[in-house]
Design a protein around this ligand. Sequence first.
Ligand code: FES
Length: 82
Amino acid sequence: MSHSEVHRAGDAPIKVDLVEGETYCWCACGRSNTQPFCDGSHQGTGLDPVVFVAQKSETVFLCCCKQTGTPPLCDGSHKKRE
Ligand code: FES
């Protein structure tokens, strides 16, 4: 497996209650032990987390399979298997 390859961190998204104005750091590499958020494990992979600020307080489903086309949000891609 290539070093810069994205890992599948889970087979379903994680439900998160976002708080308006808070900054979040979504793990894009799939290596974090604190899914769906970045824990710094991407170091050395050439991959970076997606940092975003919640525009409003809402419940969302954050992608864990890391195949989503709409990061950080789940788009159902975890149901597709290669
Ligand atoms: Fe995956 Fe930081 S640990 S992006």
